[in-house]
Design a protein around this ligand. Structure first.
Ligand SMILES: Cc1cc2nc3c(=O)[nH]c(=O)nc-3n(C[C@H](O)[C@H](O)[C@H](O)COP(=O)(O)OP(=O)(O)OC[C@H]3O[C@@H](n4cnc5c(N)ncnc54)[C@H](O)[C@@H]3O)c2cc1C
Length: 391
């Protein structure tokens, strides 16, 4: 090992803070500095589903079941329902057999609770520096070092600069240089309610995914079951007709008018003050350029439809820490990181796209989907093995 190595991480979301922990635990870094542009470490939005693959990664970062259980909720099943008829299409049991198979349960939690756990853990590490109010305006690879320059005019030079700066990553511009992400025409509204307010509507202990033509609704309890999380997603007709302003709140009710009564009643409760336009990017093969490396949404922005964006960021962090820990040569470690992570994350990105198409089918397509999926056993894990069972 060299005498000392240091790293700068651009972005302090789930990916960036996990990467700091991973480097702190596994690799011999003297300083790991996280530069976050916001004035505090925080998450916008509410619920997060964390499959066992994410929890194995979290465990390697020092966040085990005891910490997660303080905030998480363990759903009983993942259930897909028809948003028009209200009928159950299929389900995946998440009980004892699932947990035995994958070595961890399926959990859901408030994303703020997860970030707080990660930030608290990072604060305990002597070699991690967490810096807020630092917007990185540009990065540069310099062969054996890399530089992250902030809007405040400071150059942070390190052996390695990791871009964990999300969907519209500044670091990615230098590493990949691909065009900006293109909107899909889908928009999401998300929010939480006290569980008591929705007890009659809520699907109890299950994660519910209501699939409908060009729309879906996701619901599940979070924060030990005290809150109920909802994501309302639909394809905007205004986007299809070329309006620049699309996905606005007045389109919601119109879009869900034909849905079954529980879906309409749930959608009425969604907060309308903020929305997210759904974008992803094509998978790419190069996440590394010299001493610049990408991680999380900066490397593999994906639709949320298989609930794996944060899970994949956690896998990235764990693998990056482990290859840097095993390999004194940073360049060789980054090649190994890319070799291990690019195919898997790309497969998850593509799967998220296809699963979205499946959810949003209409007419005959939806009828065929329902008939085929109705026949699946609820303890048939053959489709989830590669995704949830990955270590
Ligand atoms: C509706 C919805 C539901 C989802 N549900 C799930 C789910 O159930 N399970 C799951 O695993 N994933 C889910 N995801 C995906 C998940 O939220 C993301 O994949 C994950 O948050 C990505 O983490 P990240 O740290 O890579 O990026 P981000 O969370 O985007 O963090 C990037 C950070 O970098 C900072 N930053 C950006 N630019 C700069 C800069 N220039 N300088 C300094 N700082 C900068 C930002 O402020 C931010 O803090 C969902 C996404 C959506 C939209």
């Amino acid at each position: 090992m060299p005498d000392s190595r240091d790293a700068v991480i651009v972005g302090g979301g789930i990916g960036g803070v996990s990467a700091a922990l991973a480097l702190s635990h596994s690799a011999d870094f003297e300083t790991i500095r996280v530069l976050e542009r916001s004035d505090e470490f925080g998450e916008i939005g509410a619920g997060l589903q964390l499959a066992p693959n994410a929890q194995h990664a979290l465990e390697a970062l020092g966040i085990g079941a005891a910490e997660l259980d303080r905030y998480a909720f363990r759903p009983g099943r993942l259930v897909m329902l028809d948003a028009l008829s209200g009928e159950v299409i299929t389900a995946l049991d998440l009980g004892a057999e699932y947990e035995r198979r994958y070595g961890k349960p399926y959990i859901v939690m408030h994303r703020r609770d997860l970030l707080d756990l990660l930030v608290d853990a990072a604060k305990q590490r002597a070699n991690v520096e967490l810096c807020v109010g630092q917007t990185v305006s540009g990065v540069q690879d310099e062969g054996t070092r890399a530089v992250a320059r902030t809007e405040q005019g400071v150059d942070h030079v390190a052996d390695l600069v990791i871009g964990a700066d999300g969907l519209r990553s500044t670091v990615r511009e230098q590493v990949v240089g691909d065009p900006a992400p293109v909107p899909s025409g889908y928009v999401s509204y998300r929010g939480t309610l006290p569980f008591d307010h929705v007890a009659e509507l809520a699907g109890g202990r299950d994660v519910l995914v209501w699939a409908g033509p060009g729309m879906h609704l996701v619901q599940y309890p979070i924060r030990r079951g005290e809150l109920y999380n909802q994501v309302v997603c639909f394809r905007s007709d205004r986007f299809d007709t070329g309006h620049s302003d699309w996905g606005l709140p007045d389109e919601i009710d119109e879009h869900y008018a034909e849905a079954c009564a529980p879906v309409r009643a749930s959608v009425e409760l969604i907060s309308r003050d903020r929305h997210w336009k759904m974008v992803d990017r094509d998978p790419v093969e190069n996440w590394v350029r010299g001493r610049l490396a990408l991680l999380g949404d900066a490397a593999h922005p994906m639709f949320q439809y298989v609930a794996q964006g944060a899970c994949q960021a956690l896998e990235d962090a764990q693998v990056l820490g482990s290859v840097l820990g095993a390999q004194p040569d940073i360049d060789a470690a980054l090649v190994e990181y890319q070799r291990l992570r690019v195919p898997r994350a790309g497969r998850v990105q593509r799967t998220a796209r296809s699963f979205g198409e499946l959810l949003h089918l209409e007419g005959m397509g939806a009828t065929v989907r329902n008939r085929l999926l109705e026949a699946r056993a609820h303890d048939d894990y053959s489709e989830s093995d590669w995704l949830h069972g990955h270590r």
